[in-house]
Design a protein around this ligand. Structure first.
Ligand SMILES: Cc1cc2nc3c(=O)[nH]c(=O)nc-3n(C[C@H](O)[C@H](O)[C@H](O)COP(=O)(O)OP(=O)(O)OC[C@H]3O[C@@H](n4cnc5c(N)ncnc54)[C@H](O)[C@@H]3O)c2cc1C
Length: 529
């Protein structure tokens, strides 16, 4: 008998016991009819981004069946190379259920289950990916490992950096296979901005380096040769890359999981609620939607094992709501706390040598200023697709922000809101750190011909939401939710606000690997229940 059959038999036993006496029955109505409607599965994974994809593959390799409930659709790259909308011509495919494009000019679009969600929270706007592959569909592919010192500024010593460095980062690397931009591509006119950035760093006494990027650089070569649609080289990224250059999770981790036969991905399934079935497991309720976001029906699944991987915002909101409504009442007081924006800022420097600023993505170089006294800071220059002026360098800045954000349930709207104290001096300091790094670069690059200056450094926007159900607080150090057997958090929600002055996906995936390695043996030995 396989795991699926076992779950089904046990579930039917639960249903036949008549669960109406349990505390949660009042909140979901007639439980026995509910139970009959539920579909039993061995393990449920909510969300198909970094945490969810790692969970899916490692469960599959252990011979454990899972379903992956993903709110968005699939985004397969086709020979027509027109899967995604573009920044230059956005349509509904660009944005998650929005009537205007979520990035760039807010042009009107058809409401559709597009790839990029904008969440206007209190004090901050948060971007998140939506679709099979999660944030990897829209990300730059920067696969950046923090230094030991910066990692240890954020994470408790219970999570050994040495072990992360020796085991888990390499494990993720072996699947994503990121690499730095090859020199022949870097030498092209498209990547002038990366070359200027590296030179500026050197001139200013800072570290300029190439970063590992999860791109297929051969495809980028084909873009340059005109054999594929210009996508990365044209500064596209945020709405996806039509050339197929991006190594998104649906093409590696998730693909391998699905090919195993143990993982079933269910797109267009939006999880709305999670309920405990005391002593037996969890019921997960979702709306099945069409590509326009219209609800087609409701499905409920039952399992003893639920992996939350809906991203920092998605996972935390589901849990905060479940606690507030009494569906997971024992979640502890730390839930919804310790959220941060990864020290993200966005900046622009002007008055530089020609940079060809609208081209040359998705990303390739970084400027490290880790001795910045205000905060360790890294600047990642990137293209601005609609820029026509020369001598500009746009960048994403990353510092180490304090995890001061918190989530609150609003009963009147049955929704959860994030609050971020953007004017808190500790947060302002991270923005000032980025400004300081810009000033260091400006000072070190004054010539008779060029006088660089900083046009702006702003915060209040992030694509790197982190925290809300943090390791060592809501979960133990392996993502096991305290007080709830078989319930796990394996995504950005487990990280306390920062990944140590680097982009977060590499650390999220590596920590998820670490969690799964610990969880799976217990799971298989039946120690969890
Ligand atoms: C434009 C952009 C560029 C980025 N570039 C980089 C980069 O270069 N390098 C880097 O390291 N990081 C980058 N990031 C950040 C990176 O994408 C995230 O840190 C990462 O994807 C988070 O992983 P996760 O597993 O926490 O969640 P996600 O990858 O966000 O996955 C969560 C998944 O859950 C789904 N979901 C959410 N709610 C529900 C629900 N209720 N029901 C069902 N499914 C649900 C979502 O659709 C999504 O697929 C970028 C982000 C953005 C927005």
């Amino acid at each position: 008998m396989n795991n699926f059959d076992l779950s089904r038999r046990r579930f039917l036993k639960v249903a036949s016991l008549g669960l109406g006496g349990y505390a949660f029955s009042h909140s979901i109505g007639n439980l026995s009819s509910w139970a009959v409607k539920s579909e039993p599965v061995t393990a449920i994974i909510i969300g198909s981004g970094f945490g969810g994809s790692v969970a899916a593959l490692r469960l599959a390799q252990a011979g454990i069946h899972s379903i992956v409930l993903e709110r968005g659709r699939r985004w397969p790259i086709t020979p027509k190379q027109n899967t995604f909308a573009t920044l230059r011509s956005p349509d509904g495919r660009s944005s998650w259920l929005s009537s205007v494009a979520t990035f760039g000019d807010p042009v009107p679009i058809d409401v559709y289950t597009g790839v990029l969600e904008l969440l206007p929270e209190d004090g901050i706007n948060v971007y998140a990916g939506a679709g099979v592959g999660g944030g990897s569909l829209v990300y730059n592919g920067v696969t950046y490992q923090p230094t030991k010192a910066n990692f240890e500024r954020v994470f408790p010593r219970a999570i050994s950096y040495e072990q992360m460095d020796r085991v888990y980062y390499p494990r993720v690397r072996s699947i994503l296979q990121p690499s730095p931009i090859p020199s022949d591509i870097l030498a092209t006119e498209y990547y002038r901005l990366a070359r200027v950035a590296l030179q500026q760093a050197t001139n200013a006494g800072l570290t300029g380096k190439l970063v590992d990027v999860a791109l297929d650089w051969d495809v980028v070569r084909q873009e340059i040769a005109g054999e594929r649609v210009a996508s990365a080289i044209a500064g596209e990224c945020w709405f996806g890359n039509n050339s197929g250059c991006k190594k998104s999770l649906d093409r590696n981790y998730l693909l391998q999981a699905e090919q195993s036969g143990f993982t079933q991905v269910l797109p267009l399934h939006v999880v709305t609620d999670i309920y405990e079935v005391p002593r037996y497991g969890y019921t997960v309720v979702c709306n099945q939607i069409d590509e326009g976001g219209n609800v087609l029906g409701q499905r409920t699944f039952f399992s003893k094992y639920v992996f939350l991987a809906a991203g920092s915002i998605g996972t935390t909101k589901l849990l905060v709501k479940a606690k507030a409504k009494g569906n997971l009442p024992r979640l502890n007081k730390h839930l919804g706390q310790f959220w941060g924006a990864n020290g993200d800022t966005f900046g622009l420097r002007t008055g530089l040598p020609p940079t060809n600023p609208s081209q040359g993505g998705t990303a390739s170089a970084a400027i490290e200023d880790y001795t910045n006294p205000l905060s360790p800071t890294v600047l990642l220059p990137g293209p601005q697709w609609n820029e026509t002026q020369e001598g500009l360098l746009y960048h994403l800045g990353i510092g180490i922000s304090p995890a001061l954000g918190s989530f609150h349930y609003d009963q009147s709207t049955d929704s959860v809101k994030l609050t971020w104290p953007n004017n808190n001096p500790a947060i302002v300091k991270v923005r000032e750190a980025a400004l300081r790094t810009c000033e260091t670069l400006n000072r070190g690059n004054i010539t008779s011909e060029y006088q660089p200056s900083t046009a702006y450094v702003v915060d209040g926007i992030t694509g790197h939401p982190l925290g809300g159900a943090v390791l060592g607080k809501v979960c133990d150090y392996y993502g096991r939710v305290k007080g709830y057997k078989g319930l796990y958090v394996v995504d950005g929600a487990m990280i306390p606000g920062s990944t140590g002055a680097v982009n977060p996906s590499f650390t999220i995936a590596a920590l998820a690997e670490r969690c799964l390695e610990r969880i799976i043996p217990e799971f298989k030995l039946g120690k969890v229940w």
